[in-house]
Unconditional design. Structure first.
Lengths: 264, 251
Protein backbone atom coordinates (compact mmCIF):
# COMPACT_ATOMS: atom_id res chain seq x y z
CA UNK A 1 0.00 0.00 0.00
CA UNK A 2 1.40 3.44 -0.87
CA UNK A 3 1.83 6.18 1.71
CA UNK A 4 -0.77 8.48 0.27
CA UNK A 5 -3.58 5.90 0.34
CA UNK A 6 -2.62 4.97 3.90
CA UNK A 7 -2.95 8.61 4.85
CA UNK A 8 -6.37 8.79 3.23
CA UNK A 9 -7.60 5.73 5.04
CA UNK A 10 -6.33 7.08 8.36
CA UNK A 11 -8.09 10.38 7.78
CA UNK A 12 -11.32 8.59 6.94
CA UNK A 13 -10.99 6.14 9.78
CA UNK A 14 -12.18 8.46 12.54
CA UNK A 15 -15.65 8.70 11.00
CA UNK A 16 -17.68 5.50 10.68
CA UNK A 17 -20.96 6.82 9.32
CA UNK A 18 -21.50 10.05 7.45
CA UNK A 19 -24.91 11.47 6.61
CA UNK A 20 -24.81 14.20 3.96
CA UNK A 21 -27.78 16.44 3.17
CA UNK A 22 -30.29 13.65 3.58
CA UNK A 23 -33.95 14.46 3.07
CA UNK A 24 -36.88 12.12 3.39
CA UNK A 25 -40.37 12.84 2.20
CA UNK A 26 -42.84 10.01 2.79
CA UNK A 27 -45.42 9.21 0.13
CA UNK A 28 -48.28 11.55 0.95
CA UNK A 29 -45.96 14.51 1.45
CA UNK A 30 -44.93 14.19 5.11
CA UNK A 31 -41.45 15.63 5.44
CA UNK A 32 -39.56 13.55 8.01
CA UNK A 33 -36.03 14.80 7.33
CA UNK A 34 -34.85 17.97 5.66
CA UNK A 35 -31.26 18.38 4.52
CA UNK A 36 -29.77 16.54 7.49
CA UNK A 37 -25.98 16.37 7.82
CA UNK A 38 -24.30 14.55 10.68
CA UNK A 39 -21.21 12.41 11.33
CA UNK A 40 -20.81 9.45 13.64
CA UNK A 41 -17.29 8.85 15.02
CA UNK A 42 -15.86 5.36 14.99
CA UNK A 43 -15.87 3.30 18.18
CA UNK A 44 -18.24 5.64 20.00
CA UNK A 45 -21.88 5.62 20.97
CA UNK A 46 -23.78 8.54 19.52
CA UNK A 47 -27.36 9.13 20.61
CA UNK A 48 -30.03 10.67 18.46
CA UNK A 49 -32.19 12.44 20.98
CA UNK A 50 -35.27 14.51 20.35
CA UNK A 51 -39.00 14.84 20.76
CA UNK A 52 -41.26 12.56 18.73
CA UNK A 53 -41.63 13.66 15.14
CA UNK A 54 -38.04 14.87 14.80
CA UNK A 55 -37.25 12.04 12.38
CA UNK A 56 -34.72 10.16 14.51
CA UNK A 57 -36.06 6.68 13.74
CA UNK A 58 -36.39 7.62 10.06
CA UNK A 59 -32.74 8.67 10.00
CA UNK A 60 -31.70 5.40 11.68
CA UNK A 61 -33.67 3.33 9.15
CA UNK A 62 -32.09 5.24 6.27
CA UNK A 63 -28.63 4.53 7.69
CA UNK A 64 -29.66 0.87 8.04
CA UNK A 65 -30.71 0.80 4.39
CA UNK A 66 -34.25 -0.19 5.34
CA UNK A 67 -35.66 3.06 3.94
CA UNK A 68 -34.45 4.90 0.83
CA UNK A 69 -33.59 8.57 1.28
CA UNK A 70 -35.43 10.99 -1.00
CA UNK A 71 -32.18 12.87 -1.58
CA UNK A 72 -28.67 13.10 -0.13
CA UNK A 73 -26.36 10.24 0.72
CA UNK A 74 -25.19 8.07 3.58
CA UNK A 75 -21.72 6.51 3.61
CA UNK A 76 -20.38 3.84 5.93
CA UNK A 77 -16.56 3.77 5.98
CA UNK A 78 -16.64 5.83 2.80
CA UNK A 79 -18.92 3.40 0.93
CA UNK A 80 -22.34 4.68 -0.09
CA UNK A 81 -25.33 2.89 1.45
CA UNK A 82 -27.77 1.43 -1.07
CA UNK A 83 -29.42 -1.15 1.16
CA UNK A 84 -28.77 -3.26 4.23
CA UNK A 85 -25.19 -4.44 4.55
CA UNK A 86 -23.01 -6.82 6.54
CA UNK A 87 -21.19 -3.98 8.29
CA UNK A 88 -24.40 -2.78 9.97
CA UNK A 89 -26.73 -4.58 12.38
CA UNK A 90 -30.06 -3.39 13.74
CA UNK A 91 -31.57 -3.73 17.22
CA UNK A 92 -35.34 -3.29 17.13
CA UNK A 93 -37.61 -1.43 19.50
CA UNK A 94 -40.01 -4.41 19.69
CA UNK A 95 -37.14 -6.93 19.65
CA UNK A 96 -38.26 -8.60 16.36
CA UNK A 97 -37.57 -12.10 17.66
CA UNK A 98 -39.04 -15.16 15.98
CA UNK A 99 -41.54 -16.64 18.47
CA UNK A 100 -41.16 -20.11 16.95
CA UNK A 101 -37.40 -20.25 17.50
CA UNK A 102 -35.31 -20.74 20.63
CA UNK A 103 -33.07 -18.05 22.10
CA UNK A 104 -30.09 -19.82 20.54
CA UNK A 105 -31.57 -19.91 17.04
CA UNK A 106 -32.76 -16.31 17.33
CA UNK A 107 -29.32 -15.10 18.41
CA UNK A 108 -27.69 -17.09 15.59
CA UNK A 109 -30.24 -16.04 12.95
CA UNK A 110 -28.11 -13.34 11.31
CA UNK A 111 -25.36 -15.93 10.85
CA UNK A 112 -27.88 -18.55 9.68
CA UNK A 113 -28.98 -16.19 6.89
CA UNK A 114 -25.35 -15.75 5.91
CA UNK A 115 -24.93 -19.51 5.54
CA UNK A 116 -22.59 -20.08 8.50
CA UNK A 117 -22.51 -23.78 9.46
CA UNK A 118 -24.73 -24.78 12.37
CA UNK A 119 -22.07 -25.77 14.91
CA UNK A 120 -20.03 -22.65 14.17
CA UNK A 121 -22.92 -20.21 14.38
CA UNK A 122 -24.23 -21.82 17.56
CA UNK A 123 -20.80 -21.50 19.16
CA UNK A 124 -20.66 -17.80 18.25
CA UNK A 125 -24.24 -17.21 19.40
CA UNK A 126 -23.57 -18.97 22.73
CA UNK A 127 -20.63 -16.67 23.33
CA UNK A 128 -22.76 -13.55 22.84
CA UNK A 129 -25.72 -14.96 24.76
CA UNK A 130 -23.31 -15.26 27.65
CA UNK A 131 -21.93 -11.77 27.01
CA UNK A 132 -25.42 -10.22 27.32
CA UNK A 133 -26.06 -12.20 30.51
CA UNK A 134 -28.45 -14.89 29.27
CA UNK A 135 -26.31 -17.97 29.81
CA UNK A 136 -28.57 -20.95 30.49
CA UNK A 137 -31.50 -19.54 28.51
CA UNK A 138 -30.41 -20.92 25.14
CA UNK A 139 -33.21 -23.48 24.93
CA UNK A 140 -36.01 -21.12 25.99
CA UNK A 141 -38.51 -19.49 23.63
CA UNK A 142 -39.05 -15.71 23.51
CA UNK A 143 -42.49 -15.92 25.17
CA UNK A 144 -40.81 -17.49 28.20
CA UNK A 145 -38.58 -14.41 28.64
CA UNK A 146 -39.27 -10.97 30.12
CA UNK A 147 -39.10 -7.89 27.89
CA UNK A 148 -35.62 -7.02 29.08
CA UNK A 149 -34.33 -10.53 28.43
CA UNK A 150 -35.87 -10.53 24.97
CA UNK A 151 -34.03 -7.35 24.08
CA UNK A 152 -30.80 -8.95 25.31
CA UNK A 153 -31.42 -11.67 22.72
CA UNK A 154 -31.93 -8.93 20.12
CA UNK A 155 -28.61 -7.39 21.14
CA UNK A 156 -26.84 -10.78 21.08
CA UNK A 157 -28.17 -11.37 17.55
CA UNK A 158 -26.81 -8.00 16.40
CA UNK A 159 -23.43 -8.58 18.08
CA UNK A 160 -23.11 -12.12 16.71
CA UNK A 161 -22.82 -10.97 13.09
CA UNK A 162 -19.83 -8.88 14.13
CA UNK A 163 -20.98 -5.73 12.34
CA UNK A 164 -18.91 -2.59 12.85
CA UNK A 165 -21.95 -0.37 13.28
CA UNK A 166 -24.82 -1.19 15.61
CA UNK A 167 -28.04 0.69 15.04
CA UNK A 168 -30.35 0.68 18.05
CA UNK A 169 -33.89 1.98 17.71
CA UNK A 170 -35.19 2.89 21.16
CA UNK A 171 -34.05 -0.51 22.38
CA UNK A 172 -35.15 -0.02 25.98
CA UNK A 173 -38.46 1.75 25.49
CA UNK A 174 -40.48 -1.48 25.78
CA UNK A 175 -38.60 -2.52 28.92
CA UNK A 176 -39.60 -1.62 32.48
CA UNK A 177 -37.60 1.01 34.37
CA UNK A 178 -35.58 -1.23 36.72
CA UNK A 179 -34.58 -3.62 33.96
CA UNK A 180 -33.75 -0.65 31.82
CA UNK A 181 -31.21 0.75 34.29
CA UNK A 182 -29.46 -2.58 34.59
CA UNK A 183 -29.49 -2.93 30.82
CA UNK A 184 -27.94 0.53 30.37
CA UNK A 185 -25.14 -0.38 32.76
CA UNK A 186 -24.51 -3.62 30.87
CA UNK A 187 -24.56 -1.72 27.58
CA UNK A 188 -21.67 0.46 28.83
CA UNK A 189 -19.69 -2.76 29.38
CA UNK A 190 -20.51 -4.02 25.89
CA UNK A 191 -19.44 -0.69 24.36
CA UNK A 192 -16.15 -0.82 26.23
CA UNK A 193 -15.37 -4.40 25.20
CA UNK A 194 -16.68 -4.57 21.65
CA UNK A 195 -15.14 -1.38 20.28
CA UNK A 196 -17.99 -0.92 17.82
CA UNK A 197 -19.75 2.19 16.60
CA UNK A 198 -23.20 2.54 18.13
CA UNK A 199 -25.98 4.78 16.88
CA UNK A 200 -28.65 4.91 19.49
CA UNK A 201 -32.10 6.41 19.13
CA UNK A 202 -33.83 7.39 22.34
CA UNK A 203 -36.33 9.86 23.70
CA UNK A 204 -35.01 9.59 27.24
CA UNK A 205 -32.65 12.42 28.16
CA UNK A 206 -31.19 10.55 31.18
CA UNK A 207 -30.58 7.47 29.09
CA UNK A 208 -28.82 9.44 26.36
CA UNK A 209 -26.56 11.27 28.79
CA UNK A 210 -25.82 8.08 30.68
CA UNK A 211 -24.76 5.86 27.78
CA UNK A 212 -23.45 8.26 25.12
CA UNK A 213 -20.06 9.57 24.09
CA UNK A 214 -21.92 12.24 22.20
CA UNK A 215 -25.56 13.27 21.84
CA UNK A 216 -27.03 14.73 18.70
CA UNK A 217 -29.98 16.85 19.70
CA UNK A 218 -32.59 16.71 16.94
CA UNK A 219 -35.39 19.23 16.67
CA UNK A 220 -38.55 18.94 14.58
CA UNK A 221 -40.30 21.13 12.01
CA UNK A 222 -38.05 21.41 10.09
CA UNK A 223 -36.00 18.50 11.41
CA UNK A 224 -32.39 19.48 12.04
CA UNK A 225 -29.43 18.77 14.28
CA UNK A 226 -29.63 21.63 16.74
CA UNK A 227 -26.62 20.77 18.84
CA UNK A 228 -24.03 18.08 19.48
CA UNK A 229 -23.23 17.55 23.15
CA UNK A 230 -20.33 15.50 24.47
CA UNK A 231 -21.05 14.57 28.08
CA UNK A 232 -17.65 14.71 29.74
CA UNK A 233 -18.35 12.04 32.33
CA UNK A 234 -15.74 9.77 33.82
CA UNK A 235 -17.09 6.34 32.85
CA UNK A 236 -14.78 4.49 35.20
CA UNK A 237 -16.72 5.46 38.31
CA UNK A 238 -19.61 3.24 39.47
CA UNK A 239 -22.99 3.48 37.74
CA UNK A 240 -24.59 4.99 40.83
CA UNK A 241 -21.84 7.58 41.09
CA UNK A 242 -22.42 8.56 37.46
CA UNK A 243 -26.11 9.13 38.13
CA UNK A 244 -25.23 11.44 41.03
CA UNK A 245 -22.36 13.16 39.18
CA UNK A 246 -22.98 16.95 38.94
CA UNK A 247 -21.72 16.96 35.34
CA UNK A 248 -24.32 14.32 34.45
CA UNK A 249 -27.13 16.21 36.17
CA UNK A 250 -26.12 19.53 34.59
CA UNK A 251 -26.20 18.09 31.08
CA UNK A 252 -29.60 16.47 31.66
CA UNK A 253 -30.88 19.84 32.84
CA UNK A 254 -29.36 21.70 29.90
CA UNK A 255 -30.89 19.34 27.32
CA UNK A 256 -34.28 19.51 29.01
CA UNK A 257 -34.20 23.33 28.80
CA UNK A 258 -33.46 23.07 25.10
CA UNK A 259 -36.27 20.61 24.47
CA UNK A 260 -39.05 21.83 26.72
CA UNK A 261 -40.30 24.41 24.24
CA UNK A 262 -41.10 21.53 21.88
CA UNK A 263 -43.12 19.63 24.43
CA UNK A 264 -46.67 20.82 24.85
CA UNK B 1 -76.27 -30.72 28.87
CA UNK B 2 -78.74 -31.63 31.63
CA UNK B 3 -82.25 -32.92 31.17
CA UNK B 4 -84.55 -33.57 34.17
CA UNK B 5 -81.50 -33.41 36.41
CA UNK B 6 -79.72 -36.20 34.54
CA UNK B 7 -76.43 -35.42 32.84
CA UNK B 8 -76.61 -36.33 29.18
CA UNK B 9 -73.41 -37.16 27.29
CA UNK B 10 -72.41 -35.12 24.20
CA UNK B 11 -73.21 -37.74 21.58
CA UNK B 12 -76.62 -38.63 23.08
CA UNK B 13 -78.51 -36.61 20.49
CA UNK B 14 -77.03 -38.77 17.74
CA UNK B 15 -78.42 -41.86 19.45
CA UNK B 16 -81.80 -40.18 19.76
CA UNK B 17 -81.93 -39.42 16.02
CA UNK B 18 -80.69 -42.90 15.19
CA UNK B 19 -83.54 -44.44 17.21
CA UNK B 20 -86.07 -42.13 15.55
CA UNK B 21 -84.65 -43.10 12.16
CA UNK B 22 -84.87 -46.79 13.05
CA UNK B 23 -88.56 -46.45 14.02
CA UNK B 24 -89.38 -44.56 10.82
CA UNK B 25 -87.49 -47.17 8.81
CA UNK B 26 -89.26 -50.09 10.47
CA UNK B 27 -92.64 -48.39 9.80
CA UNK B 28 -91.81 -48.33 6.07
CA UNK B 29 -92.48 -44.59 5.74
CA UNK B 30 -90.62 -44.34 2.46
CA UNK B 31 -88.46 -46.45 0.25
CA UNK B 32 -85.83 -43.70 0.58
CA UNK B 33 -85.55 -44.35 4.32
CA UNK B 34 -84.46 -47.90 5.15
CA UNK B 35 -84.07 -48.77 8.86
CA UNK B 36 -80.92 -47.43 10.47
CA UNK B 37 -79.83 -50.88 11.63
CA UNK B 38 -79.90 -52.32 8.11
CA UNK B 39 -77.81 -49.40 6.84
CA UNK B 40 -75.20 -50.23 9.48
CA UNK B 41 -75.38 -53.90 8.49
CA UNK B 42 -74.92 -52.89 4.88
CA UNK B 43 -71.87 -50.79 5.80
CA UNK B 44 -70.30 -53.78 7.49
CA UNK B 45 -71.09 -55.79 4.38
CA UNK B 46 -69.82 -53.46 1.62
CA UNK B 47 -66.85 -51.73 3.23
CA UNK B 48 -64.58 -54.82 3.14
CA UNK B 49 -65.39 -55.56 -0.55
CA UNK B 50 -62.86 -55.11 -3.37
CA UNK B 51 -65.07 -52.68 -5.30
CA UNK B 52 -65.45 -50.44 -2.29
CA UNK B 53 -61.77 -50.57 -1.48
CA UNK B 54 -60.83 -49.66 -5.06
CA UNK B 55 -63.27 -46.77 -5.07
CA UNK B 56 -61.84 -45.62 -1.76
CA UNK B 57 -58.28 -45.78 -3.09
CA UNK B 58 -59.16 -43.70 -6.16
CA UNK B 59 -60.98 -41.16 -4.02
CA UNK B 60 -58.12 -40.95 -1.53
CA UNK B 61 -55.63 -40.53 -4.35
CA UNK B 62 -57.63 -37.73 -5.98
CA UNK B 63 -58.17 -36.09 -2.59
CA UNK B 64 -54.51 -36.22 -1.57
CA UNK B 65 -53.19 -35.09 -4.96
CA UNK B 66 -55.76 -32.33 -5.31
CA UNK B 67 -55.24 -31.03 -1.78
CA UNK B 68 -51.48 -31.34 -2.14
CA UNK B 69 -51.44 -29.29 -5.33
CA UNK B 70 -53.76 -26.71 -3.75
CA UNK B 71 -51.44 -26.36 -0.73
CA UNK B 72 -48.19 -26.28 -2.71
CA UNK B 73 -49.54 -23.65 -5.11
CA UNK B 74 -51.84 -21.81 -2.72
CA UNK B 75 -49.36 -20.92 0.04
CA UNK B 76 -46.73 -19.27 -2.22
CA UNK B 77 -49.43 -17.41 -4.15
CA UNK B 78 -50.99 -16.20 -0.89
CA UNK B 79 -47.62 -15.14 0.52
CA UNK B 80 -46.79 -13.32 -2.72
CA UNK B 81 -50.14 -11.49 -2.61
CA UNK B 82 -49.52 -10.54 1.02
CA UNK B 83 -46.09 -9.14 0.21
CA UNK B 84 -46.56 -7.54 -3.21
CA UNK B 85 -49.19 -4.89 -3.83
CA UNK B 86 -48.99 -5.43 -7.59
CA UNK B 87 -49.59 -9.20 -7.31
CA UNK B 88 -52.40 -8.53 -4.85
CA UNK B 89 -54.16 -6.10 -7.19
CA UNK B 90 -53.79 -8.51 -10.09
CA UNK B 91 -54.98 -11.66 -8.33
CA UNK B 92 -57.33 -10.69 -5.50
CA UNK B 93 -60.44 -10.09 -7.68
CA UNK B 94 -60.01 -13.53 -9.24
CA UNK B 95 -59.41 -15.27 -5.95
CA UNK B 96 -62.50 -13.65 -4.43
CA UNK B 97 -64.57 -14.51 -7.47
CA UNK B 98 -63.55 -18.16 -7.49
CA UNK B 99 -64.01 -18.43 -3.74
CA UNK B 100 -67.68 -17.64 -3.99
CA UNK B 101 -68.34 -18.96 -7.51
CA UNK B 102 -70.51 -22.08 -7.96
CA UNK B 103 -67.59 -24.23 -9.05
CA UNK B 104 -69.81 -27.24 -9.67
CA UNK B 105 -70.92 -25.51 -12.85
CA UNK B 106 -67.32 -25.55 -14.04
CA UNK B 107 -66.94 -29.32 -13.79
CA UNK B 108 -68.68 -30.07 -17.12
CA UNK B 109 -66.27 -27.62 -18.77
CA UNK B 110 -63.34 -29.42 -17.17
CA UNK B 111 -64.78 -32.71 -18.39
CA UNK B 112 -64.79 -31.58 -22.00
CA UNK B 113 -61.21 -30.38 -21.59
CA UNK B 114 -59.71 -33.21 -19.56
CA UNK B 115 -62.01 -36.17 -20.14
CA UNK B 116 -63.97 -38.43 -17.83
CA UNK B 117 -61.12 -39.45 -15.60
CA UNK B 118 -59.05 -38.71 -12.58
CA UNK B 119 -57.54 -35.57 -14.11
CA UNK B 120 -60.90 -33.83 -14.03
CA UNK B 121 -61.59 -34.98 -10.47
CA UNK B 122 -58.18 -33.83 -9.22
CA UNK B 123 -58.59 -30.48 -10.92
CA UNK B 124 -62.04 -30.06 -9.40
CA UNK B 125 -60.55 -30.79 -5.98
CA UNK B 126 -57.81 -28.19 -6.52
CA UNK B 127 -60.36 -25.63 -7.64
CA UNK B 128 -62.47 -26.21 -4.55
CA UNK B 129 -59.58 -26.06 -2.08
CA UNK B 130 -57.04 -23.55 -3.34
CA UNK B 131 -58.80 -20.19 -2.96
CA UNK B 132 -59.33 -20.29 0.79
CA UNK B 133 -55.72 -21.44 1.24
CA UNK B 134 -54.52 -18.47 -0.84
CA UNK B 135 -56.69 -15.99 1.07
CA UNK B 136 -55.68 -17.28 4.50
CA UNK B 137 -51.95 -17.32 3.67
CA UNK B 138 -52.35 -13.77 2.35
CA UNK B 139 -54.10 -12.63 5.54
CA UNK B 140 -51.42 -14.31 7.66
CA UNK B 141 -48.58 -12.59 5.82
CA UNK B 142 -50.33 -9.23 6.00
CA UNK B 143 -50.45 -9.68 9.79
CA UNK B 144 -46.71 -10.24 10.22
CA UNK B 145 -45.13 -7.72 12.57
CA UNK B 146 -43.37 -5.19 10.29
CA UNK B 147 -40.21 -5.30 12.39
CA UNK B 148 -39.83 -9.03 11.69
CA UNK B 149 -39.78 -8.23 7.96
CA UNK B 150 -37.28 -5.40 8.59
CA UNK B 151 -35.18 -7.81 10.66
CA UNK B 152 -34.92 -10.27 7.77
CA UNK B 153 -34.07 -7.39 5.43
CA UNK B 154 -31.44 -5.91 7.73
CA UNK B 155 -29.65 -9.27 7.82
CA UNK B 156 -29.88 -9.37 4.02
CA UNK B 157 -32.19 -12.38 3.74
CA UNK B 158 -32.84 -13.48 0.17
CA UNK B 159 -36.47 -13.70 -1.00
CA UNK B 160 -36.33 -17.47 -0.65
CA UNK B 161 -34.87 -17.26 2.89
CA UNK B 162 -37.48 -14.70 3.92
CA UNK B 163 -40.23 -16.96 2.53
CA UNK B 164 -39.07 -20.22 4.11
CA UNK B 165 -37.64 -18.88 7.37
CA UNK B 166 -39.94 -15.98 8.22
CA UNK B 167 -43.17 -15.56 6.23
CA UNK B 168 -44.40 -19.16 6.31
CA UNK B 169 -43.70 -19.51 10.03
CA UNK B 170 -45.02 -16.13 11.04
CA UNK B 171 -48.22 -16.78 9.10
CA UNK B 172 -48.50 -20.41 10.22
CA UNK B 173 -51.68 -20.05 12.32
CA UNK B 174 -53.56 -18.54 9.38
CA UNK B 175 -51.98 -20.94 6.90
CA UNK B 176 -53.05 -23.94 8.99
CA UNK B 177 -56.58 -22.56 9.28
CA UNK B 178 -56.56 -22.18 5.48
CA UNK B 179 -55.39 -25.74 5.00
CA UNK B 180 -58.10 -27.07 7.30
CA UNK B 181 -60.83 -25.14 5.47
CA UNK B 182 -59.23 -26.12 2.16
CA UNK B 183 -59.36 -29.81 3.12
CA UNK B 184 -63.05 -29.57 3.99
CA UNK B 185 -63.67 -28.01 0.59
CA UNK B 186 -61.45 -30.65 -1.01
CA UNK B 187 -63.73 -33.39 0.29
CA UNK B 188 -66.64 -31.60 -1.36
CA UNK B 189 -64.62 -31.16 -4.55
CA UNK B 190 -63.53 -34.76 -4.78
CA UNK B 191 -67.08 -36.09 -4.23
CA UNK B 192 -68.78 -33.59 -6.54
CA UNK B 193 -66.16 -34.26 -9.19
CA UNK B 194 -66.73 -37.99 -8.94
CA UNK B 195 -70.51 -37.65 -8.94
CA UNK B 196 -70.43 -35.61 -12.12
CA UNK B 197 -67.81 -37.73 -13.85
CA UNK B 198 -69.62 -40.81 -12.43
CA UNK B 199 -67.50 -43.48 -14.08
CA UNK B 200 -64.77 -43.83 -11.44
CA UNK B 201 -64.48 -44.21 -7.68
CA UNK B 202 -67.37 -43.49 -5.35
CA UNK B 203 -69.10 -41.58 -8.14
CA UNK B 204 -69.51 -44.86 -10.01
CA UNK B 205 -70.82 -46.56 -6.87
CA UNK B 206 -73.34 -43.77 -6.29
CA UNK B 207 -74.46 -44.03 -9.89
CA UNK B 208 -74.79 -47.81 -9.54
CA UNK B 209 -76.69 -47.69 -6.24
CA UNK B 210 -79.10 -44.94 -7.20
CA UNK B 211 -79.84 -46.40 -10.63
CA UNK B 212 -80.84 -49.66 -8.93
CA UNK B 213 -82.63 -48.05 -5.98
CA UNK B 214 -80.21 -49.64 -3.50
CA UNK B 215 -81.06 -47.16 -0.76
CA UNK B 216 -79.29 -49.05 2.03
CA UNK B 217 -76.06 -49.12 0.00
CA UNK B 218 -76.45 -45.44 -0.81
CA UNK B 219 -76.88 -44.43 2.82
CA UNK B 220 -74.04 -46.70 3.90
CA UNK B 221 -71.73 -44.97 1.45
CA UNK B 222 -72.95 -41.52 2.53
CA UNK B 223 -72.39 -42.31 6.20
CA UNK B 224 -68.91 -43.51 5.43
CA UNK B 225 -68.08 -40.27 3.56
CA UNK B 226 -69.62 -38.02 6.22
CA UNK B 227 -67.66 -39.79 8.90
CA UNK B 228 -64.47 -39.52 6.88
CA UNK B 229 -64.86 -35.79 6.18
CA UNK B 230 -65.55 -35.25 9.88
CA UNK B 231 -62.39 -37.16 10.83
CA UNK B 232 -60.22 -35.08 8.47
CA UNK B 233 -61.62 -31.78 9.77
CA UNK B 234 -61.23 -32.82 13.41
CA UNK B 235 -57.71 -34.16 12.88
CA UNK B 236 -56.58 -30.88 11.32
CA UNK B 237 -58.36 -28.96 14.07
CA UNK B 238 -56.27 -30.78 16.66
CA UNK B 239 -53.08 -30.03 14.72
CA UNK B 240 -54.05 -26.37 14.44
CA UNK B 241 -54.65 -26.00 18.17
CA UNK B 242 -51.17 -27.31 18.84
CA UNK B 243 -49.76 -24.29 16.97
CA UNK B 244 -52.18 -21.79 18.39
CA UNK B 245 -49.75 -20.39 20.97
CA UNK B 246 -47.94 -18.70 18.07
CA UNK B 247 -50.89 -16.49 17.41
CA UNK B 248 -50.81 -15.28 21.00
CA UNK B 249 -47.03 -15.05 21.29
CA UNK B 250 -46.01 -13.42 18.04
CA UNK B 251 -47.16 -9.85 18.64
Amino acid sequence: MSNSSAAVSRAASSIAVEVEKVSKIYPGGVEALNDMTIQFPKGELTSLLGPSGCGKTTLLKIIAGLLPATSGRVTVNGVEVTGPGEERAFVFQDFALMPWATVLRNAAFGLELRGVAKSERHAIAEKYIEAVGLKGCEKLYPHELSGGMRQRVGLARALAVDAEVLLMDEPFSAVDEQTRRKFQEDLLDVIKHEGKTFIFVTHSIEEAVYVSHSIALLLPRPSRVSEIIRPDIDRDISPDAIRRDPVYLDIVERIWKGLRTYVE
Amino acid sequence: MKLFGIKIPMMASLIFWAILWEIAGQLDVSILLPPFSSIIMRMVEIIPTQTFFKAFLITAECFLLGTGIAIVLGIPIGVLMGRSIVADRMLLPWVNMFLSAPLTALVPVLMTLFGFGMKTIILTTVLFAIWIIVLDARAGVKNITPSLVDMAKSFQASHWQAFTKIYVWAALPEILAGIRLGCIRSVKGVIIGQLLVSVVGFGRLFELYSANFLMEHMWALLFFLFFFAFLIAEGLGVLERRFEYYAAARH
